[in-house]
Design a protein around this ligand. Structure first.
Ligand SMILES: Cc1cc2nc3c(=O)[nH]c(=O)nc-3n(C[C@H](O)[C@H](O)[C@H](O)COP(=O)(O)OP(=O)(O)OC[C@H]3O[C@@H](n4cnc5c(N)ncnc54)[C@H](O)[C@@H]3O)c2cc1C
Ligand code: SF4
Length: 503
């Protein structure tokens, strides 16, 4: 054994980075283990060609799909995880998302906690991640106080869009956004390269800036980068993790820990538990329920662009508007359809990745006259949608998207909405089942150990000193962005650890 820590946190993204920040306040000696390296601050951060054409920051690992074909998952390994690249749209789930909701293709199950339980942690999460927003404008908003920071003002162009949406009888609202000191000297400059790009000036509220960096300022937290957790090793009883096998700089080391927090992202955390099978956990660690890796969800997402050849879009920072009028039901459907949000500006080189033979100047001319949107619907947890490990240790994602009818209706309603706004043509694009950006649900939390992997504080039912605090715990995917809920639950788990395991 090369060393021993009180706590090892594996992964430094939304869950792990937040957990590190919260537990840093204790006296515990903490090691954060991250398989990637820090994202360098460099000109390429904001270069669409580097990010979209050369995939400068993307994970290079290939996963297998349900047919065994290789694909490049849309994910990133590095300090801060995927939050370095997120759009920083930081939503609370709706109150109803915590309850059982009937959808077109079945039930979205209830969570073991309700909205009121998580609400105080959402408050703290919004403070920690500098969330800007306006309470009261969104018809689906759960009960809440004011946002910690005022909303980001719409550009003139988006203000006109908002007025047009109101004339349609819709209720556009401000997107809640995690940005640091927007418009202030040394703060966020509200640029056009935010969503899917790392922030060159560290003004995005990500898990590196808001979690890992402040945690490291305390003497009790260490960070190992380029260090991949390979297996969790239990004691002979199988009831406690004793150590973590880590591959670091080409070497395998064993590091002991009194408590282990896994936060590798929903796919990699399930993979780590499956790879950690032993004679007490033959089907994977903490898998007496058989649910490890199952119920994978990822949202149904379609990028949409309204195009008007006569109207140049001068907006730089476009990501400020949300439409939740179809969240609980559609105009001609009693079932939830989902959420619509304006997106960051598409750059010609990004659009060219869809049909590469069209020259980039043609795309540039096109996107200069377009306004970008994202339509997002809930997909439902199905046991057969799952992560498995092949005999040679590779990740295989068996995912067949569901609730497609509801999503098709949402895209149709959004198309109508854009036509009514005066856009002549509406283009759509979806990564379909290969979109892993909102992966969640593979280690579901719940009260019953027979049907869930984690308890309501994200402690493994089967292994007393093991927590998982990334997007794995989601029992349902809801239809808003997952990040703030991961952060809030990590803060809640950290409080629980401090009260029960560190006291
Ligand atoms: C382009 C993009 C835009 C997005 N926009 C938004 C948005 O606007 N709002 C929102 O809420 N969400 C957004 N998301 C989703 C959001 O980023 C994720 O939901 C969130 O980061 C998930 O947090 P996590 O802790 O589960 O995992 P991650 O943030 O992915 O962190 C997992 C970490 O674990 C590390 N790791 C993995 N395996 C191992 C291992 N074996 N050993 C050591 N380390 C390991 C990884 O390198 C990574 O750093 C976006 C995602 C992308 C890619
Ligand atoms: S400056 Fe602001 S808008 Fe631009 S990448 Fe950074 S956080 Fe995003």
């Amino acid at each position: 054994m090369s060393a021993h820590y009180d706590i090892i946190i594996i992964g430094s993204g939304a869950g792990g980075g937040t957990m590190a920040r919260a537990l840093a306040a204790s006296d515990a000696r903490i090691l954060v283990v991250e398989r990637g390296t820090p994202v360098p601050q460099e000109a390429d951060n904001w270069n669409p060609e580097a990010v979209w054409k050369h995939l400068r920051y993307r994970a290079t690992e290939r996963w297998l799909d349900r047919d065994g074909a290789e694909f490049l998952p849309y994910t990133h390994y590095g300090v801060g995880g995927n939050t370095k690249f997120w759009g920083s749209v930081l939503y609370r789930l709706r109150r109803e998302d915590f309850q059982s909701v009937e959808h077109l293709e079945g039930e979205s199950p209830a969570w073991p906690i309700d909205y009121d339980t998580l609400a105080p942690y959402y408050d703290r999460a919004e403070q920690l991640y500098h969330v800007h927003g306006q309470a009261g404008g969104d018809p689906t908003e759960p009960p809440r106080g004011p946002f910690p920071y005022a909303p980001i003002a719409h550009s003139a162009g988006m203000e006109a869009v908002v007025e047009g949406l109101r004339r349609q009888g819709l209720h556009p609202s401000h997107l809640p956004l995690g940005l640091i000191r927007p418009g202030e000297p040394d703060g966020c400059v509200l640029c056009s390269t935010c969503n899917s790009f790392p922030c060159r000036i560290r003004a995005k509220s990500d898990a590196d800036v808001c979690g890992i960096a402040p945690a490291l300022e305390r003497g009790n937290v260490a960070l190992w980068t380029n260090a991949q957790a390979r297996r969790l090793i239990t004691d002979p009883s199988g009831r406690r993790v004793e150590s973590v096998e880590i591959e670091r700089g080409g070497e395998r080391v064993l590091v002991g820990a009194s408590l282990v927090v896994v936060a590798c992202g929903a796919v990699n955390s399930a993979a780590l538990l499956l790879r950690s099978a032993n004679d007490k956990h033959r089907d994977g660690l903490a898998n007496s329920s058989g649910m490890v890796g199952r119920r994978y969800m990822a949202h149904l997402a379609t990028m949409m662009q309204g195009f008007n050849p006569l109207r140049r879009n001068e907006t730089v920072f476009q990501k400020t508007v949300a439409v939740n009028d179809f969240y609980f039901r559609g105009p001609s459907s009693p079932y939830p359809l989902g959420h619509v949000q304006s997106q960051g500006r598409t750059h010609g080189v990004m659009a060219q990745t869809v049909v590469p033979w069209i020259p980039v100047w043609a795309y540039d001319a096109w996107v200069a006259r377009g306004v970008d949107w994202l339509a997002m619907s809930e997909d439902l947890p199905r046991p057969e949608n799952r992560v498995t490990i092949t005999a040679d240790g590779r990740i295989q994602l068996h995912y067949r998207p569901n609730n497609l009818g509801a999503h098709a209706q949402l895209v149709q309603e959004t198309t109508r909405m854009l036509h009514r706004l005066g856009f002549w043509k509406v283009m759509t694009h979806s990564h379909k089942s290969k979109n892993t950006t909102h992966q969640c649900g593979t280690l579901c939390f719940g009260i019953d150990p027979r049907t869930s992997v984690l308890d309501p504080w994200c402690r493994a039912h089967d292994v007393g000193n093991l927590f998982v605090v990334d997007a794995s715990f989601f029992p349902s995917s809801a239809a808003v962005n997952p990040g703030l809920t991961i952060v809030a639950q990590a803060l809640r788990s950290a409080d629980h650890i401090m009260a029960t395991d560190l006291s």
